[in-house]
Ligand binder design. Structure first.
Ligand SMILES: O=P(O)(O)OC[C@H]1O[C@H](OP(=O)(O)OP(=O)(O)O)[C@H](O)[C@@H]1O
Ligand SMILES: O=C(O)c1cc(=O)[nH]c(=O)[nH]1
Ligand SMILES: [Mg+2]
Length: 195
């Protein structure tokens, strides 16, 4: 799948939103990729995740386990795992807390795992996912996402593959451009911000 085809999927699904958004990292942006507009369509999700699985195989070789950060990573993690012939597990948090591997999930010795994210903005969520797996015996060989909106600057601590790299501006709350500051802010994701 070319980057243009991937972006066309997001555009056709009306997943490319404009407004004033508070992102998971606390940064603000005028653009939000509403991945759930993609993941609510199994056929569209299959097309994208099949392509991501091929990219993962090419870069990292055989994969036994896909591990994803909840909530956004669960659907693409599962669908990508299906195309990799791998298992799909996820890390989740108590509101406001760190990611944890629960529900009997593990990455056993001798297995090769990859982190699958939906969108990477700063890499914070993927980094926190990786940190939560430090006690697992298997090898985390890399990370993958559908869209990297960091311009390739997101830091995960693992090699990252993606279907598309975009460089979408994001701003700290105290450095908003006036046109963004003029719009009411909404926070679409699940991370609980600490006051
Ligand atoms: O690279 P980052 O700066 O971490 O931003 C990207 C993360 O933000 C979103 O998750 P969010 O925490 O909003 O919750 P969600 O997965 O429940 O949508 C998205 O699903 C990624 O996990
Ligand atoms: O950084 C985020 O929180 C984020 C950005 C984006 O475009 N889409 C999303 O689901 N989360
Ligand atoms: Mg997320």
């Amino acid at each position: 799948m070319t980057p243009e085809q991937v972006l066309a999927e997001f555009r056709d699904a009306q997943a490319l939103l404009e407004g004033h958004f508070v992102l998971s990292s606390g940064l603000h942006s005028g653009v939000f990729l509403q991945k759930m507009a993609i993941f609510s369509d199994p056929v569209r999700t299959e097309r994208l995740c099949k392509a991501l699985a091929a990219t993962i195989t090419e870069r990292f070789g055989p994969i036994d386990i896909v591990v994803s950060p909840a909530i956004g990573g669960i659907v693409p993690g599962y669908e990508t795992a299906r195309h990799l012939g791998a298992r799909a597990i996820f890390v989740e948090r108590e509101p406001g807390g760190p990611f944890t591997l629960r529900r009997g999930f593990s990455i056993p010795a001798g297995t090769r795992a990859v982190i699958v994210e939906d969108i990477v903005t700063t890499g914070l969520s993927a980094r926190e996912c990786l940190a939560s797996l430090s006690g697992e015996a298997g090898e985390i060989v890399g990370a993958a996402c559908l869209i990297d909106r960091s311009g390739g600057r997101g830091e995960i601590g693992l090699p990252l593959v993606t279907l598309v790299t975009l460089d979408i501006p994001a701003y700290p709350a105290d450095a908003l451009p006036p046109e963004l500051a003029a719009l009411p802010a909404v926070k679409p994701g699940s991370r609980v911000m600490k006051a």
